[in-house]
Design a binder for this molecule. Structure first.
Ligand SMILES: O=C1O[C@H](COP(=O)(O)O)[C@@H](O)[C@H](O)[C@H]1O
Length: 232
């Protein structure tokens, strides 16, 4: 397990924010996939403030999501809606650089539309950077333990949250693993036990998608704070 451990969550997200700047200065379009849930909110707030809000060349960055809940963007559950509120409303970024999953649409129709958008924009299916989170149950994106088909040949899939039944659209394990770089951002002591399990077992012994999904030909890293890493 390739871990980078920071003193606190703010230092961890600052590291990621600096990487956004590095990618944005490359001078060509860079495709970045964001995660949802609670963990990355601090990252989005940090990116919206100085120096990142003005130093990052936002016009070079294209934003996608690993998953989306099938809700309208104004719903607090919307992964896109949170980024819009915390980040996009505070920076200058061309609308065409934002490739959201349209959670307000019919799931089947949106699955096809979004898959087509990926194929058009990224024909080789290799995202430059995919930032993922991990739920307390070991899910990542909306790929949940015991219900994920790791051999699904498609790029995206309709998933159902195992407890709430909420419908979601998620990138598949196949598409995620084609990324040039995968960074799991995990913070807080609540995730310490599961991180220890992942660090001490081989992925095939575990049911957790977060343990199994890695970049096939690139880098996979775990960006952690002290709390999450306390049992490692
Ligand atoms: O449901 C989700 O959860 C995971 C982890 O979320 P967190 O609240 O524990 O940070 C997230 O990566 C995923 O995008 C989201 O839809």
């Amino acid at each position: 397990m390739n871990t980078i451990i920071f003193e606190n969550a703010q230092s961890a997200v600052e590291k990621i924010a600096q990487e956004f700047k590095v990618y944005s200065l490359k001078g060509y379009p860079v495709h970045i996939s964001l995660s949802g849930g609670s963990t990355p909110k601090l990252l989005f707030k940090t990116l919206a403030t100085a120096p990142y809000n003005t130093e990052i060349q936002w016009q070079n960055l294209h934003f996608w999501w690993g998953d989306e809940r099938m809700v309208v963007p104004t719903d607090p559950e919307s992964n896109y809606g949170e980024v819009q509120k915390l980040l996009f409303d505070h920076i200058q970024i061309p609308a065409e650089n934002i490739h959201r999953i349209q959670g307000e649409n019919d799931p089947q129709a949106e699955l096809s539309r979004f898959e087509q958008e990926i194929q058009t924009e990224i024909p080789n299916g290799e995202f430059d950077w995919i930032i993922l989170g991990m739920g307390n149950d070991g899910h990542t994106a909306s790929l949940f333990p015991y219900q994920t088909d790791f051999n699904d040949p498609n790029l995206v899939v309709i998933a159902k949250h195992p407890e709430s039944g909420q419908l979601r659209i998620s990138k598949t394990a196949k598409l995620l693993s084609q990324a040039k770089r995968i960074s799991y951002l995990v913070t807080g002591e609540a995730k310490a036990d599961i991180l220890k399990e992942i660090a001490t077992h081989s992925a095939d012994q575990l049911p957790y998608p977060a343990a199994k999904i890695q970049s096939s030909n690139g880098v996979t890293e775990w960006i952690l704070d002290r709390g999450a890493a306390k049992l490692l």
